[in-house]
Ligand binder design. Structure first.
Ligand code: 13P
Length: 336
């Protein structure tokens, strides 16, 4: 069991490959579609994901796994081919987002706690039967003048650990995603504060993972990079972000973890690529670093598709380009 979890994790971290996060919840995909004036219909969600998954070059060369929603895991393309079959043809591992979203934490600190543990054990059995090799759970950590509180960090870390051990029991690799989000109060979210909070969160997450008995060699970490808040006046250069992020990870992430795959929220497409490449140019890291991007892989492709099947080739070319650039970044070989 342990060996196969590690084998899945290693395959997801294949050199020059990364993960496509296509697990936008119904609410999130509705927001993305609304920006390009599209309704959130079942057919459009299917078409959009079909466009991505049928980007054969990107999926075979640059993408090792795809995070799906429950809907997509069981869905088929317009011609009736299941998405799972399309991904299998491209040798991509299907994954599944299993959390039920981040909800307001009791109290008035403005923080969130992720829900979804009830019934998770049973759901995971079904996802494994459907072929899911890995899963994702996202915890949201807020920075403001009172947050993050110790209570919120502990509650989110505990939920991540409960989720991770249940995944491993079902033979599914958990992607553990504690995200320090960057859209809080700009006055409180400098690069320094991001480094300090990210470190504290990772420390607590690994403490809870160990307590729960999670096999660290059978999981992946999906963290934020160390960045100032999106509205902060602090604007560090690419090398500084890379160095601060790798420093924090080295202090708090055990070497037994087989890989780290970053999220892209709060960065432009090109920043997400540049930061990843710069981190991979830093020597002496115990784990490979790659991407598990949603927005930074999809932004241009989504706009190019614009809800029309006739735009598939152009949208697929846009997606393939970003996947290629991030593949180079995962090898530390990207330059602009
Ligand atoms: P972004 O890369 O758009 O942040 O999404 C990745 C993800 O899966 C967040 O949970």
């Amino acid at each position: 069991m342990t060996k196969s979890l590690n084998a899945i994790a290693q395959k997801l971290m294949s050199p020059g490959q990364g993960i496509l996060a296509a697990d936008e919840s119904e609410g999130t995909i509705a927001k993305r579609f609304a920006k390009i004036n599209l309704p959130n219909s079942l057919d459009l969600r299917r078409d959009y994901r079909e466009m991505l998954f049928r980007s054969t070059e990107a999926m075979t060369k640059y993408i090792s796994g795809v995070i799906l929603t429950e809907e997509t895991l069981e869905q088929s393309a317009a011609d009736g081919t299941t998405f799972r079959a399309i991904l299998a043809d491209a040798d991509c591992i299907p994954g599944i987002k299993v959390d039920r979203g981040a909800f307001p934490m009791p109290g008035d600190s403005g923080e969130k706690i992720t829900e979804g543990l009830d019934g998770l054990r049973q759901r995971l059995v079904r996802y494994a039967e459907l072929g899911a090799g890995f899963a994702k759970w996202r915890a949201v950590i807020t920075i403001n003048d009172v947050a993050p509180t110790r209570n919120n960090i502990r509650a989110n870390a505990h939920a991540l650990a409960r989720y991770a051990i249940l995944c491993q029991e079902a033979g599914i690799v958990p992607i553990v995603e504690p995200e320090v989000v960057g859209d809080g109060d700009p006055g409180n979210h400098s690069l320094e504060r991001s480094a300090q909070v990210t470190g504290e969160v990772l420390e607590n997450v690994f403490k809870e993972l160990r307590l729960a008995g999670v096999d660290l060699s059978g999981m992946l970490l999906k963290p934020n990079m160390v960045l100032p808040g999106v509205n902060s006046r602090d604007r560090p250069g690419v090398e500084e972000v890379a160095r601060r992020t790798v420093d924090v990870l080295k202090q708090h992430v055990p070497a037994a973890v087989p890989g780290i795959a970053f999220l892209s929220g709060g960065q432009t497409d090109e920043e997400a690529t540049a930061h990843l490449s710069a981190m991979n140019q830093i020597a002496y890291k115990p784990w490979p670093l790659t991407f598990s991007y949603g927005r930074a892989l999809q932004n241009v492709a989504l706009r190019t598709w614009a809800g029309r099947r006739e735009n598939f080739p152009a949208a697929q070319a846009a997606f393939t380009h970003r996947a290629h650039m991030n593949s180079l970044a995962a090898l530390g070989e990207w330059s602009n």
